[in-house]
Design a protein around this ligand. Structure first.
Ligand code: PEP
Ligand code: MN
Length: 344
């Protein structure tokens, strides 16, 4: 249920409504929009329906949100939400995902060594990436494949961030690691395979670090939005969604990039959406076209895997862009972005 407040509603009236909602064992969630201020009422629908929400002073109307996602829905928050990532170096501008700028996150699939992380991150930054992506904990299909450097990988990431002054996004796979990874990461990534790990979603909902949720391999858009709802409902408002391809009958690409997910999510939700063409296609030669298509579709950012020696990569070599191809792509994206009234 959503309570739409009158423009004239006073602070005291709003506080009173919030107190009452809590007294009833429900959870209020306020959203100040440019047009309207609304209070979302979260909890047992059967209980909410019995409450006389429209009688409070300051209330204009009460709306039922029929969709299962509430805090993630456009009804709850009319304006686009942007997620701000604090600057690493004092005095630098923060990175904002969901604003005019299309934020590119680039880097290796995995942190492989200190040297290669620094080399690839420098290249990503020189090309215009605003965030470095790299996994220290890797969700691999085979237990015999490289599993990531774990904590050591996080330490390399943190060292690189200090030296280059660029934030990092890295995956957390296990509830037991959330606190530790949150100490290193500027954005916590929930991988496709963990999109419906509800305990993990609840755990990252309790920390104060933005969360990037990748769409599950066989998940619907509604399921992705419900995963966002888990994080939002725990009090973490900084959620970014990522379309990274879904499994279909088509074997020519690793997954099928569902670009229509971008405008559908934008219609249904206020949360920023990015696209990962690397995992979606699995082939480096498809990354430029799909990156440009994603930007044209309205994506707020891209996640790209790059590697100077893909044949030596410890994971996902076939989809890694070589540095010079990445540089070219970034130039093209800059032109495209400005034609669309955005920037890179
Ligand atoms: C990744 O980005 O490192 C990754 C493993 O992606 P996904 O979870 O989308 O497969
Ligand atoms: Mn990868």
């Amino acid at each position: 249920m959503i309570i739409v407040l009158k423009k004239s509603a006073s602070e005291e009236q709003i506080r009173h409504i919030e107190e009452k909602i809590r007294e009833w064992g429900l959870q209020p969630s306020i959203s100040h929009g440019a047009e309207k201020t609304v209070i979302g009422v979260i909890g047992d629908e059967a209980v909410i329906r019995t409450k006389p929400l429209e009688v409070f002073p300051g209330v204009e109307s009460v709306m039922t949100v029929l969709k299962p996602y509430k805090l993630a829905s456009r009804e709850f928050h009319h304006d686009n939400t942007s997620v701000t990532i604090a600057p690493v170096t004092a005095g630098c501008a923060p990175t904002v995902i969901g604003g005019r700028q299309i934020v590119v996150m680039a880097g290796p699939c995995s942190v492989e060594s200190r040297e290669s992380l620094f080399e690839i991150s420098r290249c990503a930054q020189a090309g215009g990436a605003k965030i470095i992506r790299a996994g220290a904990f890797k969700p691999r299909t085979s237990p015999y494949a490289f599993q990531g450097l774990g904590r050591k990988g996080l330490e390399y990431l943190s060292e690189m961030r200090r030296e280059l002054g660029i934030p990092i996004v890295t995956e957390v796979m296990d509830t037991r690691d959330v606190e530790m990874v949150a100490e290193f990461a500027d954005v916590l990534q929930i991988g496709a395979r963990n999109m419906q790990n509800f305990n993990l979603l609840k755990a990252v909902g309790k920390v104060k670090v933005p969360v990037l949720i990748k769409r599950g391999l066989s998940s619907t858009i509604q399921e992705l939005l419900m995963s966002a709802e888990y994080v939002l409902s725990q009090g973490n408002p900084d959620v970014i969604l990522c379309e990274r391809g879904i499994r279909t009958f088509e074997p020519m690409t690793r997954n099928t990039l569902d670009l229509s997910a971008v405008p559908v999510i934008k219609r249904e939700s206020h949360l920023p959406v990015i696209v990962d063409p690397s995992h979606a296609t699995g082939h480096w030669d498809l990354i430029p076209s799909m990156s440009k298509a994603a930007v044209a579709a309205g994506a707020d950012g891209l996640m790209l895997e790059i590697h100077p020696r893909p044949e030596e990569a410890l994971s996902d070599g076939p989809q890694a862009l070589l540095p010079d191809r990445y540089m070219n792509l970034m130039k093209e994206l800059g032109t495209l972005a400005s034609a669309l009234g955005r920037s890179i």
